[in-house]
Design a protein around this ligand. Structure first.
Ligand code: ZN
Length: 135
């Protein structure tokens, strides 16, 4: 399904010979739109996380996290389309886990908690993916 994204986002027909009905194609288009919106919403504001009791500067810590997350979430360097929030989030998590800037500016527990929130987002999306295709 994700492989259809380039055609859908450019407005091309999915498949002229498609056995899908007009109504089924509408469901798919709406689902893709919903998933793109889901990603944009997440990318503009990462989920909040709990700071470690030892976190001396929670505002700076949150700022560092938001800065790196937002910079990465909107980038085209992530090799998956925005409708593929699951693989995109997985990639963001992978990059942020080893990010030297975050290692320097966030206490380990804060980083762990923040990464856990991304994991929860991914799991929620996985569980509710089919609802994006409800009309
Ligand atoms: Zn913190």
């Amino acid at each position: 399904m994700v492989e259809m994204e380039p055609k859908l986002s450019s407005g091309e027909p999915i498949d002229v010979e498609s056995p899908l009905t007009r109504s089924e194609l509408t469901h798919i288009r709406c689902g893709y739109l919903s998933l793109r919106c889901w990603w944009s919403q997440l990318a503009s504001k990462p989920p909040s996380f709990k700071h470690s009791p030892r976190c001396m500067y929670p505002e700076k810590c949150s700022y560092a996290w938001r800065l790196k997350f937002e910079g990465l979430a909107e980038t085209e360097k992530i090799p998956f389309p925005k409708v593929d929030g699951i693989r995109r989030l997985q990639e963001v998590q992978k990059c942020l886990t080893v990010d030297p800037f975050l290692t320097k500016f966030m206490p380990e527990t804060c980083r762990h908690n923040a990464l856990q929130e991304l994991q929860k987002c991914r799991e929620n999306l996985l569980r509710q993916l089919h609802h994006h295709f409800d009309l």
